[in-house]
Design a protein around this ligand. Structure first.
Ligand code: G3H
Ligand code: 13P
Ligand code: ZN
Length: 305
């Protein structure tokens, strides 16, 4: 069933678990995620980026997600990193019930202004709004305390931003970054900063750039020719600490991409005579499903549907 993001994320923060938000670009990813959610009864946020919308077309995506939401599993239809109001309006027109407006690269007042604009468009329709304050940056690139403070979310600014915009959930920066190359060594997230933010902001907190970049999947992809170098993600223990301290929505894209790639490479290597895409996609689908189930268990959302 289609469920309100505000409702499910508020419950998640109160009960100290997090709802996984998976980026979906095609039918295979969506089906793998839904199959995982059904198997272990987890609510799920299905999100599409502006890039996904350009790739697949919003009508195809919206139709597929609506089918996914027809079953018993609580599903949120979410626009990820809406930056251009054109995509926000497109998502609203296509039945999305949750919108992220990402003004994090803008100066404070401009971020507030665009977020308020989206809240004004979304709230009358009963649509939830996620907004972002602070810049996602690899924590190791921010060497000095001054640099860290300038880029990562400032707790006082976060509470002011939440009040100024009336957003429903808040994405913050505590040292994660998008993609497969997050850290050089065993760097941890700034959980102290998260604690300060969570003390001041009662809203569900959102963690972007949270993929773990599993070593075994990296090795598997590399066995069949991938070159992933120093790819490294967020450790499970940091994810658990983040959830304990207020994070209620966790975004995962890279880990699904890695599973897809590892499976695809293995299939192409092992099945040189096969040209049926359904057969070639099978290992990817199985791996993506397994990745999604592991996240649901790690985030504590398993059994909450
Ligand atoms: O936050 C970024 C997500 O991983 C989506 O990536 O813009 O390439 O679809 P994308
Ligand atoms: P990852 O690249 O770590 O999977 O993060 C995805 C994300 O934040 C999508 O908004
Ligand atoms: Zn993101």
């Amino acid at each position: 069933m289609l469920i309100s993001a505000k409702k499910i994320l508020t419950a998640a923060r109160a009960k100290r678990y997090a709802v996984p938000a998976f980026n979906v670009n095609n039918l295979e990813i969506l089906k793998a995620v839904m199959s995982a959610a059904e198997k272990i009864r987890s609510p799920v946020i299905i999100q599409t980026s502006e890039g996904a919308i350009e790739y697949a077309g919003i009508e195809y995506l919206a139709a597929m997600i609506r089918v996914a939401a027809k079953g018993k599993i609580p599903v949120v239809m979410h626009l990820d990193h809406g930056k251009d109001l054109r995509y926000v309006k497109l998502a609203l027109a296509n039945g999305y019930n949750s919108i992220m407006i990402d003004g994090s690269a803008l100066p404070y007042l401009k971020n507030v202004a665009i977020t308020k604009k989206v809240v004004a468009l979304a709230h009358p329709k009963g649509v939830s709004v996620e907004a972002e304050i602070g810049a996602l940056a690899g924590i190791e690139d921010l060497i000095s305390v001054k640099e860290k403070d300038a880029a990562l979310t400032n707790p006082e600014e976060a509470v002011r931003f939440a009040k100024d915009t009336k957003c429903d959930s808040l994405a913050i920066a505590i040292g994660t970054s998008h993609g497969a190359y997050k850290f050089k060594g065993k760097t941890h997230l700034d959980i102290g900063r998260l604690k300060k933010i969570a003390k001041l902001v009662a809203l569900p907190i959102v963690l972007h750039g949270a993929s773990g970049v599993r070593e075994d999947l990296k090795t598997m992809a590399e066995k069949y020719g991938a070159k992933l170098g120093e790819a490294r993600g967020v450790m499970d223990q940091d994810i658990k600490a983040a959830i304990k301290n207020g994070v209620a929505k966790i975004n995962i894209d890279t880990d699904l991409r890695l599973a897809f790639t590892a499976g695809m490479r293995e299939a192409l290597h092992d099945l040189p005579k096969v040209i049926d895409p359904r057969k070639l996609l099978e290992p990817s689908n199985i791996l993506m499903r397994e990745v999604a189930m592991r996240k649901m268990r790690l985030f504590g959302s398993a059994g909450k549907a």
